[in-house]
Design a protein around this ligand. Structure first.
Ligand code: NAD
Length: 478
């Protein structure tokens, strides 16, 4: 399965046998190889998916589609240990985080399996003598391009939703972490998913990814990744007028008012930046703190950040490595420029002595009084770096909260009910958590961004509808 693409239920190497080494971020060791697919394999995968759209998968009744997805959900739990180990080694995330990702992936298949036979159209009132039906149909062949930070979760949410709606899928996982997705293809086939309903074409973004994004045989494209690549993908999709959803980056604020219950707030705020070493689209990377409690919150947050321990995935500490050397250097670049701007470090966690020297480790870092216009308060660092800013009132919290190019998620911490609602309405984001922070939210919750965080929704029933298209049938029955 390694070194191969999965097309029409068969494992096959890339045409010229080219592969890409998979590197474990914890120690830089090579732990496998994936196929380096290009346009030729993408063409074959799209053709296999197209055949499934007119074949066994298209003839599978909705309830049976649901059963197959539910079976995949159960099988994920049966393979939980193997998937956890693979996901942790591939991404570097601590085992306990990888374990949660496996459960979330299973839950997506369980949820979407249950939805498959509950998707339905409508009838509309119209002129006398007419009957209008609005059918809700699958889009056909859906393409999926996903990032490396949560391979299993991304697979579950985008493939689970699309298959439940009756589409046939082609997925291009990320070149930096992809092994669990290959295992998922095997598991799905064992659960009875017909040939061609799921095809996996691993490879580089600029090769396999670009070939899929610009493919004329794709009826809908779901892209999750950086805002910069999202622009390229949308442009490529526009060539064929392929509709697409873009799930992009974020710079999500955690807004802490003076009446917040700090015992609840502080562990959540610390976790929301350290989870997955800060490489989460919805990482709470800005702490906006009311000036009356700023000193107290900073002191207590600094204590927590200083106590954090970083190590390999197998050491299973608070934080793992970042994905690769380039990402480590990128995060270090932000830190170096923050130092040049004389932005003060309020606290840093520790890299455990037992962490391999060849791994890509970054100390979780809390920055104090970051000016709102500084890149640390504006750009997605994608590392365990938290920027703290003070605000004086609701209006300023909203202005700073919305004062970035992104709009993905926000956390609001206050006991005041009116303020909870005012803030939730005023923040320009796709999800708001009040007195909690879901770091991406649950399987059931529609998720997606506004502004540079993208458009379209995944997760929940709303995400499922995006994988369908309506058709209006007008019958003149006299
Ligand atoms: P990335 O944009 O570099 O890569 C994402 C995917 O796109 C990969 O599979 C990559 O191979 C592919 N790709 C790269 N160049 C391409 C091209 N020219 N054409 C087509 N495909 C191409 O992102 P990344 O570094 O893998 O992931 C991190 C980013 O993903 C962050 O910005 C993060 O916020 C975002 N993200 C968003 C969500 C969300 O739901 N909003 C979830 C997870 C991650």
């Amino acid at each position: 399965m390694q070194g191969c693409a999965f097309i029409a239920d068969k494992w096959r190497p890339a045409a010229d046998g080219r592969t890409i080494d998979m590197i474990c971020p914890s120690d830089g060791a090579v732990i496998g190889a994936i196929a380096r697919c290009e346009a030729m394999e993408v063409d074959a995968a799209v053709a296999a998916a197209r055949a499934a759209c007119g074949g066994a998968w298209a003839r599978t009744p909705a309830a049976d589609r649901g059963r197959i997805l539910a079976k995949i959900g159960m099988a994920i739990l049966d393979h939980a240990e193997a998937l956890t180990t693979l996901e942790a080694a591939d991404t570097g995330k601590p085992l306990k985080q990888a374990r949660n990702d496996v459960l979330a992936c299973a839950r997506y298949f369980e949820f979407y399996g249950g939805c498959a036979d509950k998707l339905h159209g409508e009838t509309l009132p119209f002129l006398n003598g007419y009957q209008v039906l609005v059918l809700r149909e699958p889009r056909g062949v859906t393409g999926h391009i996903i990032p490396w930070n949560y391979p299993l979760q991304m697979f579950g949410r985008t493939i689970g939703g699309s298959l439940a709606a009756g589409n046939a899928t082609v997925i291009k996982p990320a070149e930096d972490a992809c092994l669990s997705v290959l295992l998922m293809a095997e598991i799905a086939a064992e659960c009875g998913l017909p040939a061609g309903a799921l095809n996996v074409v691993p490879g580089l973004g600029e090769e396999a990814g670009a070939a899929l994004a610009g493919h004329g045989g794709i009826d809908y494209l779901s892209f999750t990744g950086s805002s910069a690549v999202g622009t390229l993908v949308q442009r490529a999709a526009a060539e064929h007028h392929t509709p697409c959803a873009l799930e992009l980056g974020g710079k999500s604020p955690q807004i802490i008012f003076a009446d917040a219950d700090l015992e609840t707030v502080l562990p959540v705020v610390a976790n929301a930046i350290v989870q997955n070493a800060g490489q989460t689209c919805s990482a709470g990377s800005r702490a906006l703190i009311h000036r009356d409690i700023y000193d107290e919150v900073m002191a207590r947050l600094a204590e927590r950040i200083s106590a954090l321990r970083v190590g390999s995935h197998a050491m299973d500490l608070d934080c793992g490595p970042v994905i690769n050397r380039q990402q480590m250097q990128r995060v270090e670049g932000f830190m170096a420029r923050a130092a040049e701007s004389q932005i003060r470090v309020a606290a840093q966690g520790n890299i455990d002595k037992a962490a391999p020297e060849t791994g890509f480790y970054v100390k979780p870092t809390l920055y104090e009084a970051v000016p709102p216009a500084h890149e640390l308060a504006q750009e997605e660092v994608f590392g365990p770096v938290l920027a703290a800013l003070a605000f004086k009132d609701e209006a300023e919290a909203v202005a700073i909260g919305n004062g970035v190019a992104y709009g993905l998620v926000a956390g609001v911490w206050t006991e005041n009910g009116g303020r909870q609602m005012r803030m939730a309405k005023a923040l320009r984001v796709g999800q708001v958590f009040v007195n909690g922070y879901g770091a991406g939210g649950g399987v059931e919750l529609p998720f997606g961004g506004v502004k540079r965080s993208g458009h379209g929704r995944e997760k929940g029933f709303e995400g499922l509808r995006e994988f369908t298209v309506s058709k209006t049938v007008v019958i003149n029955h006299g």
